[in-house]
Unconditional design. Structure first.
Length: 215
């Protein structure tokens, strides 16, 4: 049985999106971030990242985590790459070169984009959209977004000229930058690619469930 631990208001969203794309049966255990709770150790607290029951699954105390018939894996991007390759098909790498490219884009998104995009997301959520750090973060993101713009303008997708797990991983990272009112729109190829990714039924299914979760 495949189990994904984590609420959808976390990076578990990208794993559930992929599972929908692949048609996989998955049990989602809604582990919430401990920092979102006033007292995560309280007896009545919901299952969270500090709960002993969850720490027994993964000592990292982070979400998401995956349990695939006893094989436990953490890090959402790695989980997606594993599930896509295991399942096979068009979303998976066709050969070793495509697998390397998928890892390349996942690492690039995680190191060059995600942390900075989260600065924008968190500031906007707190009503500080005009804060200096938002301006600085947007400027820092323009360089990696130009890299994506050039690639997508030529290829249409990240790997193999088709929609793959690499697109899911990167689209979920870029989604954080969409909190900025104009940044993504500065890059028309990125904007069109992201719009197409987010129009997919599997993404819409995941987002409907995500939006139904408590804030």
């Amino acid at each position: 049985m495949l189990t994904i631990y984590g609420v959808l208001r976390s990076r578990a969203a990208r794993n559930i999106w992929l599972c929908h794309e692949l048609g996989l049966e998955v049990a989602q255990v809604p582990v919430i971030q401990g920092y979102r709770l006033d007292d995560p150790a309280a007896p009545e607290a919901p299952l969270n990242t500090t709960s002993p029951e969850y720490l027994a699954v993964t000592s990292t105390g982070a979400i998401p985590a995956m349990d695939d018939d006893g094989f436990v894996l953490t890090e959402s991007l790695a989980i997606n790459l594993y599930l896509a390759k295991k399942q096979g098909g068009s979303l998976a790498p066709a050969d070793a070169r495509e697998e390397a490219q998928m890892m390349q884009w996942a690492l690039y998104g995680a190191t060059a984009i995600e942390g900075t995009a989260l600065v924008i997301l968190y500031a906007q959520a707190e009503g500080r959209g005009d804060a200096p750090e938002v301006t600085a973060a947007a400027e820092a993101l323009r360089r990696p977004l130009r890299v994506l713009e050039g690639h997508l303008a030529d290829a249409g997708h990240l790997v193999g000229g088709r929609f793959t797990v690499a697109d899911i991983n990167m689209a979920e990272i870029i989604r954080y930058a969409q909190a900025h009112p104009t940044l993504v729109g500065e890059f028309p190829a990125v904007e069109a690619w992201l719009k197409a990714c987010q129009a997919r039924p599997a993404f819409q299914q995941m987002m409907a469930a995500r939006n139904a979760e408590p804030l």
